[in-house]
Design a protein around this ligand. Structure first.
Ligand code: FAD
Length: 484
């Protein structure tokens, strides 16, 4: 089964740092074990005759089923197939696993799909992206991205040597490839990934050639260190049902003179070209489409938990609770409607690839940064002090105070044990370290939300809305004209 192959493949000499130690194997480590089990099960869906058509597609001319994030959509059916596979994996993980590699794979698929157009950026681009796309697709590679430069001093740029030395840059060109040094933040799923897609989120100047690149870096590259944050995994599944299997882990990457073979250098040396690749609409639409499909699963999950909590304590009859639960429904519907709009208004790009309408996806990603924190706030308001009316462990239900536990923790419509289980699940969303990380994630995963909203304004065809205003005022002003 490819789930086991995936887990075993991580035993490849990568350098993973956790709690001051360089881990030799992550398989059995409590910080990673539960999540690896989750990914293993998802990978196995591609070997399951009942599921593989839901999550994958048969590669032309081969027996191999690849995940549908590698499917280049030319028709509405193929676009729907991509949606279905994102939807299935994310529902299976309640939207809590955001980087199951289907996002990063979609970027690669998009660049591959637009390769004829993108070869103008570099004569080797087409051949390199084709070879990599086929390799990643046929070997079920797990991918993630790291495109943010380390947060040192955001008021300084590359003219400051302190910054230029720490941001990832090329130190040498060799016959075999580029040697790079510096750091990247944040790579979600880093300990589980095979390859990192590395670039910069920032717009560099033309002179900053050494910092301008798009690279695909194997996780086991010599000199690459994966520095993990504190673990939010918790093996006590009955206390932390989400923490037990969904801590994706985030890491900072240190590149200590890492050789990137030429075939993994997609672009190098030209900041404008790097920006053009990063802004490529085909790749961004396909990848961001995954983001918002996954997001629906998460909103549905939080809404389901809020409904259950409200029912369990008998507060569904109060008007303000109904209003707040109704707001959660509108959140889900807004994102679902934006996905439908993006798909039904999908248009072929220059190569005939059917590309979801990006403006709706951008809107879903931007508004989503506000929805999730609000959903968590609503959940807190619904459950109130009940989140603290829980024992430290379910064991109390089976010990000497068992009878009292059943008496005093009882809910309006559910048994004491079920109510406590439900509130522990809800706490894992709103109060645990994992829950807090998820709120931060939804605020920032798509980049800085402030600049994302601002970019929507900057890129918008404003005259379409402004011209009719002046037209109206012209008609209503004295003498039929407004002096400028
Ligand atoms: C849980 C989590 C997981 C993540 N996973 C990934 C991942 O897998 N891959 C990846 O590439 N990235 C990932 N990220 C990083 C994410 O993309 C960034 O957090 C996001 O782009 C914001 O950048 P920053 O964190 O460097 O914030 P900063 O850019 O440092 O911003 C800090 C504050 O200053 C403000 N600010 C900074 N500069 C400006 C400016 N020029 N103009 C206006 N305001 C400014 C911002 O609005 C913000 O309020 C992850 C982040 C989180 C929190």
């Amino acid at each position: 089964m490819r789930g086991d192959r995936f887990v075993n493949s991580l035993n490849d000499g990568r350098s993973v740092w956790f709690e001051g130690k360089q881990l030799e194997h992550i398989h059995e480590h409590p910080a990673f074990k539960g999540t690896l089990g989750t990914i293993r099960n998802l990978f196995n869906t591609l070997d399951d005759p009942l599921l593989r058509d839901k999550v994958g597609f048969k590669v032309e001319g081969r027996e191999h089923y690849a995940h549908s994030s590698f499917l280049v959509p030319y028709t509405q059916e193929q676009l729907a197939k991509r949606n279905q596979s994102f939807s299935y994996w994310s529902s299976e993980t309640h939207g809590m696993m955001s980087r199951l590699s289907d996002y990063a794979r979609s970027l690669i698929t998009g660049w591959y799909a637009a390769r004829h157009e993108l070869k103008a950026l570099d004569p080797d681009f087409e051949q390199r992206i084709t070879a990599y796309y086929e390799h990643a697709r046929d070997n079920d590679l797990f991918l993630t991205t790291a495109i943010i430069d380390p947060q040192i001093d955001r008021s300084s740029g590359l003219d400051d040597r302190r910054i230029a030395e720490r941001f990832l840059h090329v130190t040498r060109e060799t016959e075999d490839g580029l040697v790079v040094r510096g750091a990247k933040m944040i790579a979600t799923g880093a300990p589980y990934t095979h390859d990192f897609i590395i670039s910069s989120f920032l717009k560099f100047d033309a002179k900053d050639t050494l910092h301008a690149h798009v690279l695909i870096v194997p996780a086991n590259s010599q000199g690459l260190h994966i520095v993990c944050r504190e673990s939010f995994a918790d093996q006590r599944e009955h206390n932390h049902p989400l923490g037990a299997k969904y801590d994706e882990m985030d890491a900072v990457l240190f590149f200590d003179d890492v050789l990137i073979p030429w075939e993994r250098v997609l672009l190098y040396g030209d900041a404008q070209k790097v920006l053009a690749l990063r802004a490529n609409q085909t790749a961004n639409s396909l990848a961001f489409h995954q983001n918002v499909v996954r997001y629906v699963a998460k909103l549905e999950f939080v809404t389901g938990v809020a409904f259950a909590v409200a029912e369990s304590i008998g507060v569904t009859g109060f008007l303000h609770i109904q209003e707040k639960l109704g707001e959660l429904i509108t959140q889900m519907d807004v994102i679902k409607a934006l996905i439908i709009a993006s798909e039904t208004q999908a248009k072929p790009d220059a190569s005939g690839v059917l590309v979801p309408e990006l403006s709706y996806i951008d809107t879903a990603r931007s508004i989503g940064t506000k929805f999730y924190p609000r959903a968590i706030e609503i959940l807190q308001q619904v459950g109130a002090g009940g989140f603290m009316q829980t024992p430290s462990d379910m064991e109390d239900f089976y010990g000497p105070i068992s009878k009292l536990m059943h008496l005093y923790f009882e809910g309006a419509s559910v048994s004491a044990e079920k109510k406590v289980q439900l509130f522990k699940l809800a706490w894992d969303l709103i109060g645990s370290p994992l829950g807090s990380r998820h709120e931060l994630y939804e605020r920032f995963y798509a980049g800085d939300p402030v600049r994302a909203f601002a970019n929507q304004y900057i890129g918008y065809d404003k005259n379409r809305l402004i011209d009719p205003i002046w037209e109206l005022l012209k008609q209503t002003s004295k003498g039929g004209a407004i002096r400028s």
